[in-house]
Design a protein around this ligand. Structure first.
Ligand code: SF4
Length: 345
């Protein structure tokens, strides 16, 4: 999800940023559209980029109607507060725009909130809210719909999506809402989403972090990759194939008192560049002689501290012995050699 309010002055830099997120694996980007002026700006941006852009709209259905005058890829509405959803569905049907019904545990309809207070499970309430909205879509013959049922609780999210998917084939967008800061949010999202995805539940994924969009994309990719491994282990070949992630696999050491090389700083500087590479390679960033040379040797490209030197390995062969101050420039050159050998995209 885009993190800032968009203005016309931001459009060029936003378009460039979106291209970079796309290179990292983001395939759909949602924007909050708080008013009609925001719809105009998003509409202009949608015409500038290849990335499908989704408009996230609350409270005022006329914003959704205006967004659909532009090439937006999807409209997300919150049924609990959108107002005239029939007008939204009618226009979406005419324009062929999918609508996501985004049900959130924090904004359930009032009667369901009361029933939750009286003992109904949050998961059942989320499902019931979603089914009500689908019934409205049915009335209008609108089928181009996606459902999400998000909660900040892992168990509620898993239960709601399991219950829903047992009775419906409507596509699901899954995520833990307001998951938290980087580490906690990524872990909580991973616990819920990898389980659901490995069971074949979920068609699109959002990781909601109090952190950068880049880290949300990286976390989502890692979750899909982990879910693919779990699905394969459980014989869920179809789910595994759908989730399998290509691209760079980064192995990096946690660091300890033996380190001769700042692996944390180095990995942080290179992460976005590595994850934007469309190459199935392994890169190892290691701190010292204990495990470093072995791991680095097995990678397509490895860098490791070794005493007061830094070694760079390319497919098992030491190609550089340098000082730490030369590590970034030498690594860039070696990465380019690999990219060129594999055909730069
Ligand atoms: Fe420590 Fe070396 Fe292992 Fe890194 S590679 S954790 S520095 S022993």
């Amino acid at each position: 999800m885009w993190k800032d309010r968009l203005t016309d002055a931001d459009l060029d830099s936003a378009a460039q940023h979106i291209e970079r997120l796309g290179a990292m694996g983001c395939s759909l980007l949602r924007f909050a559209v708080p008013d009609l002026a925001g719809a105009e700006v998003l509409g202009r941006l949608a015409g500038m980029v290849c990335m499908p852009l989704a408009a996230d709209i609350h409270f005022d259905h006329t914003i959704a109607l205006r967004c659909m005058d532009f090439p937006v890829a999807k409209i997300r509405i919150n049924p609990g507060n959108i107002g005239n959803k029939c007008a939204v569905l009618e226009k979406a049907a005419g324009k062929g725009v999918p609508v996501r019904i985004g049900v959130n545990a924090g904004s359930l309809p009032q009667d369901l909130r009361r029933r939750v207070e009286q003992g109904m499970s949050s998961a059942d309430a989320l499902v019931e809210a979603a089914l009500r909205e689908l019934a409205v879509c049915d009335e209008y013959g609108f089928t181009n719909v996606i459902v999400s049922m998000k909660a900040s609780q892992i168990a509620d999210t898993i239960s709601a999506n399991r219950i829903f998917s047992q009775g419906s084939t409507v596509p699901l967008h899954i995520g833990i809402t307001e998951a938290g800061p980087l580490v906690a949010g990524a872990v909580r999202s991973s616990a819920a989403l990898s389980l659901l995805l490995a069971q074949g539940i979920g068609d699109t994924v959002r990781v909601s972090l109090s952190d950068s969009m880049e880290n949300e994309v990286i976390a989502a990719r890692q979750i899909c990759g982990a879910a693919a491994e779990i699905a394969a282990l459980d014989g869920m070949e179809r789910a595994a194939g759908r989730l399998k992630q290509g691209g760079v696999k980064v192995i990096s050491c946690p660091r300890c008192g033996r380190d001769g090389f700042d692996t944390h700083g180095f990995t942080g500087r290179w992460l976005s560049r590595l994850y934007a590479m469309d190459k199935d390679i392994t890169v190892a960033v290691m701190g010292c002689q204990v495990n470093g040379p072995q791991e680095a040797r097995h990678a397509d490209l490895g860098i490791t501290g070794a005493g007061n030197k830094v070694l760079i390995f390319r497919r098992g062969t030491i190609v550089r012995t340098i000082g730490a101050d030369q590590a970034d420039s030498a690594f860039e050159e070696e990465l380019s050699i690999i990219e060129n050998a594999m055909g730069k995209k």
